[in-house]
Design a protein around this ligand. Structure first.
Ligand code: ZN
Length: 377
């Protein structure tokens, strides 16, 4: 089945102007100003006035919920396929977090496979905050090689009072096992690292990489916009070839405490010299966010995938020159960081994971994943 999208304003993510994109089954067959389809049976979709973007790759989500700190009553709920689809996320990557006891990798696997059943190209990490890393098969590399949706380890915690305080040797071994698994699988092989507000910041990663044969992108730190000091270290990390992930879900209270909001963090890190292709944005969907009323903690709410779309909408309204950098940080950069070579760009041979975005409302009108229309408004 062929679908021809015409008259779209193509952001591949670089702006290609008006053009046509031909979808064949689950892949993109061609991208050009005009595609010759004579003789072929094609469904034509006129996308006049709409932006065409790759579907978002959200490298940190908690589809089976998160939280649980402070007791079972503080657990957050599941994130549905509809929430991801409405936000334009076609590849949510699921993780456990602090709690790998009340929740398990088996439960996460079930959620991720459920998202796949509903059309999304969902993936997952094995492991959680802790070391030794919890796994499904008893071994990190075996999980990657034998369990198809597993593409890495995450989110392993450092510089946080809730982390297992991993030693440098433990970090090295986890990265090496993950890299071996990714090498054998032919995709993935990265350790997504939750960086807390501890004083050591990225030092454990630098120490683990020093005098090892591991490439710098073996570790992929997230939440780097937690403070100015951590962000400065993440700029250096990106300059050395690593990827750094900015969490876009925040609250006014967290900003008051030092969090840098997503768009500002991206712009500041680029201004600081971080290469634009090394920066990514993720939602931490399902992660718990504290709610305060008059300075009193009232409970928890959960981060949502829609926060990614809000950053893009903000850039479109306030900093149009940053739109390509934002789209890249939501698509091709995270795909490259995780070794998912088949997605994150609009180009021949890539997965047909796409969205048509209304530039006025900043909302997706259509979302395709693997060529299948998941949203049609
Ligand atoms: Zn985290």
């Amino acid at each position: 089945m062929l679908t021809l999208i015409t008259n779209a304003d193509i952001h591949a993510p670089e702006s290609r102007g008006r053009g046509q994109v031909l979808l064949a089954g689950e892949r993109i067959q061609a991208v050009a100003e005009e595609i010759d389809i004579r003789g072929a049976e094609v469904e034509v979709l006129d996308a006049e006035g709409q932006m065409l973007l790759p579907g978002f790759v959200d490298v940190l989500t908690h589809p089976c919920g998160g939280g649980g700190e402070g007791g079972f009553g503080n657990r957050t709920g599941e994130i549905s396929a509809a929430q991801f689809i409405r936000a334009g996320v076609t590849t949510p990557v699921g993780a456990l977090g602090t709690d790998s006891i009340g929740r398990s990798l088996e439960v996460l696997y079930g959620n991720v496979m459920g998202l796949r059943d509903q059309g999304l190209a969902a993936c997952m990490y094995t492991g959680a905050y802790r070391v030794p890393v919890p796994t499904l098969t008893g071994d990190i590399a075996r999980d990657l090689v034998l369990i198809e949706p597993v593409i890495g380890v995450g989110e392993l915690a450092i510089s946080d009072h809730r982390s297992a305080q991993p030693t440098i040797e433990e970090l090295r071994r986890v990265a090496a096992d993950t890299r071996l698994g990714g090498t054998l699988k032919g995709t993935g092989g990265t350790v997504l690292v939750h960086v807390g507000d501890g004083e050591s910041r990225l030092a454990p990663l630098r120490d683990a990489l020093a005098r090892s044969d591991l490439p710098v992108h073996s570790f992929y730190p997230t939440h780097v916009n937690r403070s100015q000091a951590l962000m400065a270290e993440a700029v250096d990390y990106a300059k050395q070839g690593g990827y750094a992930d900015i969490t876009v879900s925040t609250t006014p209270e967290l900003v008051a405490a030092g969090d840098i909001p997503g768009l500002q963090a991206l712009l500041d890190m680029q201004a600081g010299g971080a290469p634009a292709d090394r920066l990514t944005l993720s939602s931490d969907a399902g992660g718990s966010l504290p709610v305060y009323v008059d300075g009193e903690l009232q409970g928890l709410t959960a981060a949502e995938p829609g926060a990614l779309l809000e950053v893009l909408q903000q850039a479109m309204h306030e900093v149009p020159t940053a739109v390509t950098a934002v789209i890249s940080a939501l698509t091709c950069n995270p795909a490259a960081a995780l070794g998912l070579a088949d997605r994150g760009r609009i180009g021949p041979g890539r997965r047909a994971d796409l969205m048509l975005l209304d530039p006025e409302s900043g909302r997706p009108r259509k979302v395709f994943c693997g060529g299948r229309a998941l949203l049609s408004e």
